[in-house]
Write a protein of this length. Sequence first.
Length: 306
Amino acid sequence: MRLRSTAGAPPQLTSSGGIGGGASTLRPRARDSHNFARLAVEHGFLAEADVHKVEAHARSQGLALHDAAVDLGLLNPEDAGILAALQGGFALLPEGDQRVDPLVVAAFDPANAYAAKVRTIRSKMRAVAKDGDPASLRLAVLAIEAGDEAAIMAANLAVVLAQMDGQTMLVDVDMGRPSLDRLFRIANKAGLAEQLMGSAALLPAARTAVEGLWLMTAGRASGSAASLITRGPLAETANGWGLRDTSMLFYLAERKGDQTPYGSILAGFDAVVIVARRGDTAIADMRRVIDDLDRHGVPIAGTVIA
């Protein structure tokens, strides 16, 4: 049984309308290759001879320049992220901007060590998802008894995806304990629950203060709404939302005593990263979830210990 997908995308989220009325904003901002080369050499990231290899590889593989450098082994993910920030490709919020919680550090300071770690996670997920459409990936953060740290990581990862890859929608699937609405300070009035129940007239996605990042909150789920998640692949449902050139990051949380069939829920996703918490996540629970994902062919990009 497939999840019900009812509401279409609002015009601001479709490629025909575009944010602010233009389709160009739906794609990653163009970066000048000459600027990349100058910065890479000036700051000691690359030798001049390597720049031509990176540019050629980027053209042939359809990669961003910093991703091409990582793919060739010439840059590590952290250095590539810093170089992308120096290149002027990141839209940042001023420190103290009250529209986003300070815990979402990637929105304010790309040089922060935590933001650099999150960019490394993004790089690993994209490497696993290399066969997917780079402009329309289906990614997930799956927390297993990991506490609030997992939601914070998912929020920062969504920001990094929007900064480095273009338009992104973050979806809070944790209907039992929604948290992403508070991190991005968006009212949790209508969200995924209403979308799945068929009561949303338009896709309930709100634009965040971060450029290129939208949020679908968990919504106000009844017991029956939460159970809808287990009835079919989320990827198929998301594909019915009418979004193009938009990658999606879903945040899901497994808590002690749950037996959620994540393999069937996440079938068709391009990459999933698991978040565990030292001392809290039971090894047996993690093994059960990983085995279920493996049975359904869900690509696992790695495990993060919160």
